[in-house]
Design a protein around this ligand. Structure first.
Ligand code: DAH
Length: 342
């Protein structure tokens, strides 16, 4: 057998297979077939044993050359195919930065949040700080320390949501007054916005959960005039300049004297309409001078200091400000409703 002929046959066969291979997998098959452990080149080395000794070095050289040639060619094509593959991949994964993006719909602030922030800003501008207190309270802070007697109807199960014998859900933000006075010495100037709870059925104007904003100022020589001035500014800023404010004598156990604050009707301006029940006025908060007994119970000397306090329903102010006629709209989170408050 002419071994040189066999070598050139192998070379020829390699070239055919090599040219056929158009991807990395088939090229690898070609490599295994020719250079692999049982490949054609290996087999040719095996044949060396059967040829005359003097020819061995020549053929050995020849075989090494072929092997190197094949190796180089394979590597070259492998690099080329790999580069092509990479290019195709990049092409396919290319991101077109000129395509229009997905529009993200912007949310809007809840009307209650808008009004709460506005009220906070108005009071902060007048020097008030924001105070907070727990929503789970006990009888002492919610009632007793506010001079609300044991037999007061507010303490009744019908109005108050009791959690057990000791704890209840606060029915107003007034307990934050007490907690603040216990921890701070005058001058005190705080507002306390927050959630409150009552055993009420949900309807257009009542809700078992709603929001109040409490205010408390304690210092030397605080008078009813300070209360009036503060509330006047707040009303002008939240409802607009052209509204009158009226203080109507009232009763709260924690203030003496006490007053309810009315604002001229935002719909009819005082003429009388169905919103104001033809009185021309809308009630917006309770207020008064802090009862000396309340100051004393919280460790403040009523001979030395006096104070005023007020409490308003944030939900009610929101309904009035935007002319919304149903408190439930503030809780349903219907986007068609909420989107109107940009
Ligand atoms: N706490 C009262 C309520 O929930 C509101 C109130 C009235 C608060 C008079 C006050 C105040 O601070 O002085 O009905």
């Amino acid at each position: 057998m002419d071994i040189e002929k066999i070598i050139s046959d192998v070379k020829e066969k390699f070239n055919i297979k090599y040219n056929e291979a158009q991807d990395l997998d088939s090229l690898e098959e070609v490599r295994v077939k020719f250079l692999g452990k049982n490949g054609k080149i290996k087999q040719l080395y095996g044949k060396m044993a059967s040829i005359p000794d003097e020819q061995k070095p020549i053929l050995g050289k020849e075989l090494n050359k072929v092997k190197e040639e094949i190796n180089n060619k394979l590597q070259e094509k492998k690099d080329k195919l790999a580069a092509e593959k990479k290019k195709r991949q990049l092409e396919a994964e290319r991101i077109d930065v000129t395509l229009p993006g997905h529009k993200i719909k912007k949310g809007s602030q809840h009307p209650l949040s808008i009004v709460t922030s506005e009220l906070e800003e108005i009071f902060i501008a007048m020097g008030f700080k924001i105070a907070v207190g727990p929503e789970v309270e006990d009888e002492y802070y919610n009632f007793k320390a506010l001079n609300i007697p044991e037999d007061h109807p507010a303490r009744d199960l019908q109005d108050t949501l009791y959690l057990d014998d000791l704890f209840l859900l606060r029915t107003h933000t007034s307990p934050v007054q007490v907690r603040t006075m216990e921890n701070t010495s005058p001058p005190i100037k705080i507002i306390a916005p927050g959630r409150v709870y009552r055993a009420d059925e949900l309807d257009a104007s009542h809700s078992p959960v709603f929001h109040q904003l409490e205010g408390l100022v304690v210092d030397e020589n605080i008078t009813f005039g300070d209360l009036k001035g503060t509330i006047q500014i707040m009303v002008e800023q939240i409802f607009g300049q052209n509204h009158s404010v009226r203080f109507r004598p009232s009763y709260f156990p924690f203030t003496e004297p006490s007053a309810e604050v009315d604002v001229s009707c935002i719909v009819c301006g005082g003429e009388g309409c169905s919103l104001c029940s033809y009185t021309g006025w809308l009630e917006i908060m309770g207020s008064g001078l802090v009862h000396p007994r309340v100051l004393k119970m919280s460790g403040i000397n009523p001979q030395e200091y006096s104070g005023f306090a007020f409490g308003m329903g944030i939900d009610r102010i929101t309904l009035l400000k935007y002319g919304i006629d149903d408190i439930r709209l503030l809780q349903e989170n219907d986007r068609r409703f909420l989107q109107q408050f940009k």
